[in-house]
Design a protein around this ligand. Sequence first.
Ligand code: 5GP
Length: 192
Amino acid sequence: MKLLEDRILADGEVIGGKILKVSNFLNHQIDVAFLDELALEWKHRFEGVKITKILTIESSGIAIGASLARVFGVPLVFAKKHQTSNVNEDVYSAKVFSFTHDQYYNVVVSKKYISKGDCVLLADDFLANGNALKGLIEICKSAGAALCGAACAIEKGFQNGGDELRKAGLKVESLAIIDKMDSNGIEFRKEV
Ligand code: 5GP
């Protein structure tokens, strides 16, 4: 999506060839009107899919999740990060490896908010190795909920999460896919 690609080129900062910082519109300061425009594009891409919940992980997925929830007219649920693996029976939980913090953490979702009969659209700001989405998928499976797909703003196509999840049959819609990035610039995949 050209709108997002142009914004990444204008405001993104590549750190050490592996991390893209987009703190001035997505990860620290949030351009809510801009995210609402992205959400309209996802609305179009998931046209006709009977989504009942948006599911993301705190904290960086929440803003995108809120814009998606608004356009689809459904609740947003976010998985909470939990320090210990000592979780109780009122929650679904999954262990997730954090790409940015290089460590494992648990995420939990109350059993009250995802259930059998839900059709869940997963959401996140970035898709890299796919561990965050895999954790959310595990939670949906534990709940017996159906997966409608995944909406990610920025996919780093040089990491394998997106391709792996698509091969497994998930409809993954990333609005910008980066095939290469370094100090010389950013290359996007065509026709995204
Ligand atoms: P994955 O679980 O797919 O490996 O990584 C996705 C998660 O890591 C996202 O929730 C996002 O918060 C974080 N992440 C991965 N790569 C980047 C990046 O290049 N920049 C930022 N800001 N976050 C990233």
